[in-house]
Design a protein around this ligand. Structure first.
Ligand SMILES: [Zn+2]
Length: 239
């Protein structure tokens, strides 16, 4: 344990930054104080600074929000703090990926893959586990899923090998699938991913479909941009 006592200052450790760098070197996992925001963090007691630093890593959480959450936890009961810590720990300890569809699950295979009431021969391919909830909200899908955990993105170095496509291709190869619905987002990366998968799956005797994109329900077509309008026309259906 190191502290900022005068004796150490006299021993020539110099400015507080030097002392802090000694602290982070001495204990792996200790927050590294680099930016001005981080220097502000160094004014807090070490356990508080550490929690703020960890909370700041969450998406959409800046230093101010992280400080608010950390002080909220500090002011709360011991039970609430322990419940939060347990929930975080259990998340990593008890969740895994479904060995069939890559969905995040606590039982393997996941509830969808194990369900006798769902059509196991109809597979909807999505980018992320959270996309499953979006499809399920429609209440009009009774098949199963395959989660890629990402999209092709050459700019970020994500090629076909980084996508989790292996178990999907194996399922199709074994003749266990009648239709694959490519439900990646209509973004550049999502379209590239759908194209790549379509090429990889085309040689198999299955129905291969892409979700329709177009004018959002409840909106005025006056406000649809040209790409959306073109897609809406492409995806039109007989009445
Ligand atoms: Zn599954």
């Amino acid at each position: 344990m190191l502290s900022l006592n005068p004796t150490q200052a006299k021993l020539g450790w110099g400015t507080p930054q030097v002392v802090l760098s000694q602290v982070s070197k001495s204990r792996p996992g200790a927050p590294k104080f680099e930016s001005r925001e981080a220097q502000e963090l160094s004014r807090y007691a070490e356990p508080m600074a550490r929690l703020i630093e960890e909370l700041r890593k969450l998406p959409g959480v800046g230093t101010k929000s992280a400080q608010r959450y950390a002080f909220h936890i500090l002011r709360g009961s011991d039970e609430d703090a322990a419940a939060l810590a347990d929930a975080v720990r259990d998340l990593k300890a008890s969740l895994r990926l479904c060995s069939i569809c890559n969905n995040v699950t606590d039982v393997d295979p996941c509830a969808y893959c194990a369900s006798p009431s769902r059509n196991q021969r109809l597979v909807c391919v999505v980018e992320e586990p959270t996309n499953i909830a979006a499809v399920e909200r429609s209440q009009s899908y009774q098949g199963v899923f395959h989660v890629l955990h990402g999209t092709l993105s050459p700019l970020h170095g994500v090629g076909p090998d980084q996508l989790r496509t292996g178990t999907l291709l194996a399922r199709v190869e074994r003749g266990e699938v009648d239709e694959v619905i490519l439900a990646t987002s209509p973004t550049l990366e999502g379209e590239a991913t759908a194209d790549w998968l379509a090429n990889a799956l085309r040689k198999f005797p299955i129905r291969l479909t892409r979700i329709a994109t177009g004018v959002p329900a409840g909106s005025d077509i006056e406000y649809a941009d040209e790409v959306t309008m073109a897609r809406a026309l492409e995806g039109r259906r007989e009445l």
